[in-house]
Design a protein around this ligand. Structure first.
Ligand code: SF4
Ligand code: SF4
Ligand code: FES
Length: 599
């Protein structure tokens, strides 16, 4: 079954919900059409308009008015909580001040962000919070958001007594916990539970004894923390810090002298990040607001950078010493390669390599050499590499690692929808009612993508996980189909059979955009769930439920991984999934589509 005119793949996915909501619009000049439909109110004596859903704080920020904030992070995925009261503003006619981070304006409301009452209240909040902080020079982060705001509102001391402070926790190798600086703003809890959905951090205790805890008040290093570092990035005080920037007393010692914006070098999600560097050494990594990650990172991108300064890392070319022959049973100690190699210049090394390749080609003919490229290279590098093989080696013996992991998916996609590219981004699942994840273990292989699946399940989407292994996403799944290994085609055929037999397919889409449906329907007739259940091990009733759920969804999306593509039936597996999407018209709209993921 395939598309006739490619309409499925032509409709490009839309930007994920919420993306870019943090951008300032300037707020000057004539009102746009959208603004003119918003809510008019008065901010510091000026008539302004709030967009749909905007809080007073967001309108103020869009118009260039800064209001202190601690428990609120104006970043994608973070809801306001309104607990710290650092952002209080005065609303005319109201007896009490309002928390601007959570309060939405109403028509005609008059708000003063800098009245004497509001400023006095904010100063008092900071004075109370400072009473529990260590002296600034002994603080885990004297340049934190907290201290920056304290500077701006000119508070640096407190009249109030300090409470008893929990002991520091240095049990984690990558993160330092120092609750002496904690203001119980709850941002780390939202980071862990709502953004990354790892459910490790919580609040425990009451009153002055309240504190954040990991699991059942375990040391962080012995908790179920997966070290995504989201809580560290969110913490406004330095109570949670990258261990690489504090000393053994938990005082910040490392301040970056420059930053470099880059893309994470690990998996294919494409998370954008910022490297913070001091004296040409990488100090710590922060997530950046890219379309694939919206500031999120996983343990690899955030903390996996020690290899850069590892003493075994080759920084200069090594050239085999004259007289040291290659032997299959020989080993080289990476800490002491000088037994076999000497240092050379790049010119010498490149010249030697080129001469060696040329010698082989001239001696053994132009079919003697071949090249195998890596997906770690850029498009430009891949282009240059094939050029080297074709023009330098003189043959077409060039291949790429992606053809191993993705070839089956590309073959099926080319055959059915005419393009080997995926039709949706990970983040599209924000718009999906039903999400199928099959043959993939995203919490381990693509952890940032997994956060979007978990976010969607948390908001109520039906998550269907198909995998012989009982993997971590199972906890979030509505249906977990642990089929017998190698029986994906039988399981998927059972689902396809139900959709055809019960007439659940999208007749309009099938008629307008596909061909071969009649033959497909005839073929799938023999694969009833009752026949497939003994083969794949999934009960027939569950196959029926999944088929109905997917087919009836307003928007359903399929993500598949190498558990189905790197397989003897890889192309068949992909064909089944593509047929499923096409026959149900679940493609070409927001929240729908087909997405295969590579390593
Ligand atoms: S590092 Fe990630 S998983 Fe660990 S506690 Fe922080 S937010 Fe939760
Ligand atoms: S550790 Fe940081 S983010 Fe968490 S509650 Fe304390 S101050 Fe807030
Ligand atoms: S930032 Fe508004 S209450 Fe904390």
């Amino acid at each position: 079954m395939s598309t006739t005119n490619g309409s499925g793949e032509k409709k490009r996915p839309q930007a994920p919900l919420g993306y870019g909501h943090d951008k300032k619009s300037g707020g000057k000049g004539r009102l746009s059409e959208r603004e003119s439909q918003g809510i008019s109110f008065v901010l510091d004596g000026r008539e302004v308009v709030a967009h749909d859903g905007e809080t007073i704080w967001q309108v103020a920020r869009r118009l260039g008015v800064d209001i202190p904030h601690l428990c609120y992070a104006p970043e994608p995925g973070y809801r306001p909580d309104g607990n710290c009261r650092a952002c209080m503003v005065e609303v005319e006619g109201e007896r009490v001040l309002a928390a601007s981070c959570i309060r939405k304006p109403t028509a005609g409301m008059k708000v003063k962000t800098a009245s004497e009452r509001a400023k006095a209240s904010r100063k008092m909040v900071f004075e109370l919070l400072i009473s529990d902080q260590p002296e600034r020079e002994h603080s885990p982060d004297p340049i934190s958001k907290f201290w920056n705001w304290a500077d701006r509102i000119q508070i640096d001391a407190s009249r109030f007594p300090a409470r008893e402070i929990p002991a520091p926790d240095r049990s984690h190798p990558a993160m330092a916990v120092n609750l002496t600086a904690c203001i119980e703003c709850n941002l780390c809890v939202r980071a862990c539970r709502e953004v990354q959905v790892n459910d490790v951090i919580g609040m425990a205790g009451r009153g002055a004894a309240e504190k954040i805890v990991f699991d059942f008040d375990d040391p962080m290093g012995r908790s179920t923390c997966v070290a995504c570092g989201e809580c560290v990035q969110a913490c406004p005080t330095g109570a949670l810090m990258p261990a690489s920037v504090v000393d053994e007393r938990n005082v910040r010692v490392g301040v970056a002298d420059r930053t470099v914006e880059s893309v994470c070098p690990y998996c294919g999600v494409g998370c954008q990040l910022t490297y913070h560097i001091r004296n040409d050494k990488l100090l710590y990594v922060a997530g950046r607001n890219g379309p694939a990650n919206e500031n999120r990172l996983c343990v690899k991108g955030r903390f996996g950078f020690d290899y850069i300064d590892h003493p075994h890392r080759l920084k200069k070319p090594l050239i085999r010493k004259d007289g040291v022959k290659k032997r299959a049973d020989d080993t080289v100690d990476p800490a002491n390669p000088w037994t076999h190699f000497r240092e050379g210049t790049w010119e010498e090394a490149l010249d030697r390599a080129a001469r060696g390749l040329k010698q082989i080609r001239d001696r053994d003919g132009d079919r003697a050499l071949a090249g195998f490229g890596s997906a770690k290279g850029s498009n430009e590098e891949a282009y240059l590499f094939q050029k080297l093989v074709r023009t330098g080696f003189g043959n077409n013996n060039v291949d790429h690692c992606t053809r191993l992991c993705h070839a089956s998916s590309v073959a099926a996609l080319m055959e059915t929808i005419g393009s080997g590219a995926v039709t949706a981004t990970f983040a599209q699942c924000a718009n999906s009612d039903v999400i199928i994840v099959i043959g993939a273990n995203p919490t381990e292989n693509h952890p940032v993508a997994a956060t979007y699946f978990k976010n969607a399940a948390k908001r109520g989407a039906t998550l269907i996980v198909m995998d012989p292994r009982g993997q971590a996403l199972k906890r979030h799944a509505t249906h977990m189909l642990q089929a017998k290994p190698g029986t994906d085609v039988a399981m998927l055929n059972g689902i396809l059979n139900v959709i055809v037999a019960e007439g659940l397919y999208d007749k309009q889409y099938v008629q307008a955009h596909t061909d071969g449906f009649a033959a497909f329907a005839e073929h799938i007739r023999d694969f009833a769930p009752e026949e497939m259940a003994p083969i794949c091990g999934i009960p027939a009733d569950l196959l029926r439920t999944v088929a109905r759920t997917y087919a009836r969804a307003k928007s359903a999306i399929i993500f598949w991984g190498m558990g189905v593509s790197q397989h003897v039936h890889g192309t068949d597996n992909a064909r089944c999934l593509i047929a499923l999407a096409l026959m149900c018209g679940q493609i070409g709209r927001p929240g729908t589509g087909l997405r295969s993921s590579r390593s």
